[in-house]
Design a protein around this ligand. Structure first.
Ligand code: NAP
Length: 458
């Protein structure tokens, strides 16, 4: 895939970039390694000062950077600007909390291990490789980079090939903020060049956010090299609506959950599982609200849904919908690409799904919702857990016993009750099953790429 900015709202190629050759990659890795030797000796307070400066730069650049994000991947401009501010917030969160998260942890009773003292110390590992997707070009990177750098690691980024301008902004951000040269670099490389970087002895671990095939490839190479990996992969999250729910609120939130970021979010509610007693009422509300959305130029502040990020993504989405419709699914809204330049797809709802349809098991990465009636709570859990994914989930109920049942039985990395799944710096984030392993954000996130050194003193 060429490294280029192609505006998905028009299909126009804005700018192409020459990939880094092996000499440039070598120089960046050498700088990252040298920067690690310096960074690991700095204090949390020093790194926090630089990280706060990075947050200030992000806030100051938010309008300009938001425009770059929208032109590169198509999300509505207000969402792009909000993403930049959220990234700043994530940076400040780790600036404030890293020292506390990584403080020495004493063992409660050292006499149990015949010690006068025993504790865990957390130390950085070295240069970490991050392979990142285009859907949140700033936030996905900051939620790796902020904890990694605050822990004293350094980072190299292989960003998605369709967001090179976002990637190059990040290349200089941390140095501008005061971090040593090389503490964070963007490698402008294609996915075929990632294997060799993982194998480089200076790389100590790798994190990938993206699709299942990419995750399999990266994690298997890391495993062969005996390097740790974290995988944040796809999802087909259930959004479960039960009779005691506030249906109006559930439908409004469901539309946002399915269409935010033009429907291209790993934690989007994708499968709407609705108790049969309220199925018709919910379906009516949901369809009316989906049909009312404004689709169009994402630089226009009144637009709610922009284009799919790439021509390939649009094609994949249309194929999933066509497969379901050909096998008998009913179209409650949308169903087609828009007949205009760019990669637009109508916000869509499909019902009457059967197990032979790809949409039942696969992730729809665009504004396509599938609707499933459930006979009872057990049936809702059966449908919710039937995919290979297990990222997040949302359940709508006002019955405490029902809430407890769903919290207990959903196979997912998170359950949001009476709300849509949102990532916050304060909440651990990650999945199970084919959605990956490891966690980002919160204390769990910063502990992924550190050595827990056990210290025992007699
Ligand atoms: P993708 O193709 O896997 O791309 C993601 C990144 O991986 C890009 O930088 C890509 O580079 C690189 N890549 C692709 N194949 C690779 C390989 N074989 N070896 C090494 N690197 C490789 O993902 P996508 O389809 O564009 O992104 C959407 C997916 O990401 C969805 O499944 C979504 O659910 C998931 N996602 C998950 C989370 C989460 O936190 N769980 C968050 C956001 C998105 P190129 O661009 O150069 O191909």
């Amino acid at each position: 895939m060429a490294i280029a900015t192609v505006n998905p709202a028009t299909g126009e190629t804005i700018k192409e970039f020459t990939p880094d050759d092996s000499a440039v990659v070598e120089q960046k890795l050498a700088e990252a390694q040298a920067a690690f030797q310096a960074l690991k000796k700095t204090t949390f307070a020093q790194r926090a000062e630089w990280m706060r400066a990075a947050a200030d730069l992000l806030d100051a650049d938010a309008e300009e950077l938001g425009r770059i994000i929208t032109i590169e991947m198509g999300k509505p401009i207000a969402q792009s600007v909000a993403e930049v501010h959220k990234s700043a917030k994530g940076a400040r969160y780790y600036a404030e909390n890293a020292a506390r998260f990584l403080a020495d942890e004493p063992l409660d009773d050292p006499s149990l291990v015949n010690a006068s003292q025993a504790y865990a110390r957390y130390q950085p590992l070295g240069v970490i490789l991050a392979v990142m997707p285009w859907n949140y070009p700033l936030w996905q990177v900051l939620r790796f980079a902020a904890p990694a750098l605050m822990a004293g690691n350094t980072g190299v980024l292989k960003h998605a090939s369709n967001v090179p301008q976002s990637a190059l902004y990040l290349d200089t951000l941390f140095e501008r903020a005061g971090f040593p040269t090389g503490a964070f670099h963007t490698l402008l490389i294609g996915s075929g060049a990632v294997d060799a970087v993982i194998r480089d002895p200076r790389i100590k671990a790798v994190t990938l956010t993206g699709s299942e095939p990419a995750g399999r490839s990266v994690a298997s190479i890391a495993a062969r090299e005996i390097k740790k990996s974290v995988l944040e992969l796809g999802g087909s999250d259930p959004f479960i609506v039960l009779p005691s729910a506030d249906l109006e609120k559930a439908a409004t939130t469901g539309v946002a959950a399915r269409t935010i970021n033009n429907g291209q979010s790993c934690i989007a509610g994708k499968r709407f599982i609705v108790h049969q007693d309220v199925y018709d009422e919910f379906a009516g509300l949901f369809a009316a609200k989906i049909k009312a959305l404004t689709v169009g130029d994402p630089l226009d502040a009144s637009v709610q849904v922009g284009p799919i990020a790439t021509a390939g993504g649009l094609n994949d989405l249309q194929e999933l919908v066509d497969d379901a419709v050909a096998k008998g699914a009913q179209v409650l809204a949308g169903g087609h690409a828009l007949d205009r330049p760019g990669y637009f797809f109508e916000p869509t709802i499909l019902a009457g799904l059967t197990d032979d349809m790809r949409l039942v098991m696969e992730e729809a990465f665009g504004p396509v919702a599938s609707l499933y009636p459930a006979k009872d709570d057990d049936d809702a859990i059966r449908i919710a857990n039937q995919t290979t994914f297990g990222l997040s989930s949302s359940v709508w109920t006002s019955d405490p016993a029902e809430e407890a049942y769903f919290v207990e039985n959903l196979d997912a990395g998170a359950v949001f009750v009476n709300g849509m799944t949102v990532s916050y710096p304060e909440l651990p984030f990650g999945g199970i099953k084919a959605s990956g392993f490891g966690r980002e954000l919160a204390a769990a996130g910063i502990k992924e790429f550190v050595n827990l050194k056990t210290v025992w003193r007699g």
